[in-house]
Ligand binder design. Structure first.
Ligand SMILES: O=C(CO)[C@H](O)[C@H](O)COP(=O)(O)O
Length: 223
């Protein structure tokens, strides 16, 4: 059976001046997990946050699962730091490592969930020999680096293809979609086969996180 539907706010769009407060607020508003965007101004043209910030959030009382989205290159040297800081899952881009399988093993060795993130221009071919070794596949529906971009509609077809691939191999693998999700495209993303919705600006740019999350949730079949 397909995995549960989960709403994962991307904290990139939160107010970093009061991040702990923002995160607790979005959790009490109904978020299932957090999406923690890590950028290095090398793999992507933006700079964000690292393991110390995740550790501070854990110390502040954040207990929900955190998917650390590494938009950095290389990745292997920071994996243990993110695990120690409290990552639940570490997701990386195949282009950001010399050896995808070794990076997967390294994350696993630390007892952490593993995710692969595919850019809009990355083909599904890279999943071929590793799909059964990951917990989550995230499809970027914008080019990584910034929140608030417009959803690329060609992603819908890629979601459908990835869902087919997952169902043929192991339907316990989650399929996440990241970038530009809003009330206008949420149903299409869900109907195409996603079960994790990574949403930044549509939540954090609103004045009432609870109302926004409830409205997204009301569009899911079991609610
Ligand atoms: O990884 C990201 C950008 O690289 C963000 O998670 C993503 O863009 C979500 O933000 P928004 O919903 O505002 O598009």
């Amino acid at each position: 059976m397909m995995n549960k539907f989960l709403i994962a706010p991307s904290i990139l769009s939160a107010d970093f001046a009061k991040l702990g407060e923002e995160v607790l607020c979005v959790i009490s508003a109904g978020a299932d997990m957090l999406h923690f965007d890590v950028m290095d101004n090398h793999y992507v043209p933006n700079l964000s946050i690292g393991p110390m910030v995740l550790k501070s959030l854990r110390n502040y009382g954040v207990t929900v699962p955190v998917d650390v989205h590494l938009m950095i290159k290389p990745i292997d040297g920071l994996i243990s730091d993110f695990v120690d800081a409290g990552a639940h899952c570490i997701s990386f881009h195949p282009e950001a490592t010399e050896n995808i399988d070794r990076s997967i093993q390294l994350i696993r060795k630390h007892g952490c969930g593993v995710g692969l993130v595919l850019n809009p221009g990355t083909t599904l071919e890279c999943l071929k020999y590793v799909i059964n070794k990951v917990d989550v596949i995230t499809l970027m529906s914008v080019n990584p680096g910034f929140g608030g971009q417009v959803f690329l509609p060609e992603t819908l077809n890629k979601i459908r293809q990835t869902r087919k691939l997952i169902n043929a191999i192991d339907d316990t693998i989650s399929l996440a979609v990241d970038g530009g999700i809003n009330f206008g495209n949420f149903n299409a993303v869900r109907e195409s086969g996603a079960n994790i919705f990574i949403i930044g600006s549509a939540i954090f740019n609103s004045t009432n996180y609870h109302d926004v999350i409830c409205r997204f949730r009301s569009m899911l079949p079991q609610y």
